[in-house]
Write a protein that binds this ligand. Structure first.
Ligand SMILES: Nc1ncnc2c1ncn2[C@@H]1O[C@H](COP(=O)(O)OP(=O)(O)OP(=O)(O)O)[C@@H](O)[C@H]1O
Ligand SMILES: [Mg+2]
Length: 245
């Protein structure tokens, strides 16, 4: 099969990826609070819209108006693409549905909107939320149902099922994962980095913000740390000099 590469449109990133992300990959974007994950996700969809690709933003954190405002502050008119039917959002608020129902709604929207690009913001919130709901359900159950799985396993199964169906449908996906400040490791849940086709890490310290491509299946990518700034989007400074941790 010939691999088709999807340009991220993020300044400097396609070069580090030697072209882009293989179409249909699920890429985990991980980073601490305020590192620019949401902006990255919005820009990935915006750049797709600019070349006629449909983008769906699934958010557990911000509603549509908030996202459009964030985009506007960066000089992006996502509303224009929304009106053209190229950009759409799906928001979840209270943890009142079971993870299986949340995932069903996401998949229903995917079947309706048929996105080429998808962002999930964030997988960590989806997982935490799913575990909490599953735990409550479990606590309600009687001893008559010992075959019921622990919440963490229910969550893992549901999330892994979703990711594998996205790959089957060849929807290029940025799944955002949060890392608590001071946490060593790529994700809070510690499994999504293994089931993703790619991992891009955003980090921040007293010297500034840095991006690293941790893995990208089917791509001979750059492995260094690269400084970036948030200025009309994510801008990676390519200097040729790589900073080590
Ligand atoms: N219009 C803008 N111009 C420049 N920088 C901005 C602009 N809007 C936001 N920022 C910067 O981007 C950061 C937030 O980016 P973003 O919301 O994408 O981060 P995040 O990683 O998604 O955060 P969280 O973990 O809270 O979800 C802000 O802390 C601010 O520094
Ligand atoms: Mg965010």
């Amino acid at each position: 099969m010939v691999v088709e590469y999807v340009s991220t449109g993020i300044s400097g990133l396609d070069r580090l990826l030697m072209g882009g992300i293989p179409r249909g990959s699920v890429v985990l974007l991980t980073g601490g609070p305020g590192t620019g994950k949401t902006i990255f996700g919005l820009e990935f969809l915006l750049r797709g819209c600019e070349s006629g690709e449909r983008g769906l933003y699934v958010s557990f954190e911000q509603d549509r108006d908030m996202m459009l405002k964030q985009a506007e502050s960066l000089g992006w008119d996502l509303q224009k693409y929304e009106m053209k039917g190229l950009f759409s959002t799906l928001n979840f608020h209270m943890p009142e549905h079971h993870v299986v129902d949340v995932i069903k709604r996401i998949e229903k929207e995917i079947d309706r909107f048929k996105p080429d690009r998808l962002v999930i913001d964030s997988l960590s919130v989806l997982s935490l939320y799913a575990e909490a709901v599953a735990a409550v359900e479990l606590s309600r159950m009687t001893k008559a149902q010992p075959q019921h799985l622990p919440p963490r396993l229910i969550t893992m199964g549901a999330v892994m099922g979703l990711l594998s169906r996205l790959k089957q449908k060849r929807i290029t996906t940025i799944a955002i994962g949060e890392v608590p400040e001071g946490h060593h490791g790529l994700t809070r849940d510690t499994y999504s980095e293994f089931i993703s086709d790619g991992v891009i890490e955003l980090s921040r310290d007293e010297h500034g913000k840095r991006l690293r491509i941790v893995k990208m299946r089917a791509v001979r990518h750059d492995e260094g740390y690269h400084e970036y700034e948030i200025k009309n989007g994510i801008r990676i400074k390519i200097t040729g000099r790589r900073r080590k941790r």
